[in-house]
Design a protein around this ligand. Structure first.
Ligand code: BJW
Length: 233
């Protein structure tokens, strides 16, 4: 499944494209491109340091927990590809999580290329633990940069039986293209989102509502199906 900012919204983490979203206060070009970082690293560090603190203060919600519980009931069968850089899926108990756009809990050294777990602010330009250079950046994927683990993700999606898209506007590729891969492979596809996308033709099912309500209900339907007590209806 693919998750986006909407699944963490009810944990108090802001989405990007809502009227009160992050892009209302910040120009995408300034804080989410390599060019913006090169022009004003202090601004970009402040943006991500603040989001790292907000994510740390947040707690997983019922949607994160429902996916973790589903994975426990069908071991090895649930893979979460998340566009989110928070760690709420992991803190809810999910272990098979791929962060396609990177993680707040990781820093990337521009000198030696190493990625390392990181919990502190980066604004003070701390040294890389490996090479000592003070050129650590947030380990996140900005526009124009290659996303993480795309081959692994494509391979998994091409083999999946169910593909759920939860809490994302579907505005950013390649993540938004994954549903086409799943549909092409014959998977049953579902969109669980607060609002419908402009084009939902690739989805077999569209379930509108807050993720804390739709995801637990949808996951319960899958569990019932697995237990042989009827489908989702
Ligand atoms: C709820 C809810 C509730 C609310 N319950 N639901 C032209 C020029 C240059 C590039 C391109 C171009 N055309 C296309 C591209 C490619 C580009 C792209 O997609 N651009 C589009 C914007 C046009 N993509 C890229 O550049 C990617 N890289 C790439 O393509 O590389 C090619 C390459 C290959 C090889 C070598 C080099 C390059 C990279 C994309 C990186 C995106 N990065 C960001 C920032 C990451 C770090 C961070 O978090 O700050 O990722 S942008 C931002 O958008 C973030 C998100 O992960 C991503 C998606 O947002 P998301 O999650 O969908 O959030 P929202 O806010 O949009 O939607 C929330 C949804 O939830 C809404 O629908 C609500 O209704 C819903 N919701 N509350 C359920 N309670």
């Amino acid at each position: 499944m693919l998750t986006g900012a909407g699944i963490s919204a009810e944990s108090g983490i802001r989405t990007f494209r809502a009227s009160d979203g992050l892009w209302e206060e910040h120009r995408i070009e300034d804080v989410a491109t390599p060019e913006g970082y090169a022009a004003d690293p202090a601004l970009v560090h402040a943006f991500y340091d603040e989001r790292r603190r907000a994510a740390r203060a947040a707690e997983p919600n019922a949607a994160h927990r429902a996916l973790a519980e589903l994975a426990e009931r069908v071991p090895g069968e649930v893979l979460i590809v998340t566009q989110n850089i928070d760690d709420l899926h992991e803190r809810a108990g999910s272990s098979r999580v791929i962060h396609i756009h990177g993680e707040l809990g990781s820093a990337l050294c521009e000198a030696c290329g190493r990625r390392m777990p990181w919990t502190q602010d980066l604004a003070g330009r701390p040294p890389c633990r490996a090479c000592g250079e003070r050129v650590l950046r947030p380990d996140v994927v900005w526009f124009g940069e290659a996303v993480y683990a795309l081959d692994e993700i494509f391979d998994a999606v091409a083999l999946c039986e169910e593909f759920w898209v939860v809490g994302t506007s579907g505005a950013v590729t390649p993540a938004a293209s994954l549903v086409a891969v799943a549909a092409e492979a014959g998977a049953r596809t579902a969109l669980l989102n607060l609002e419908a996308h402009d084009d939902v033709r690739l989805f077999d099912e569209v379930v509108l509502g807050p993720a804390t309500e739709t995801v637990p209900a949808f996951a319960a339907g899958i569990s019932r199906q697995r237990d042989g007590v009827g489908g989702r209806g």
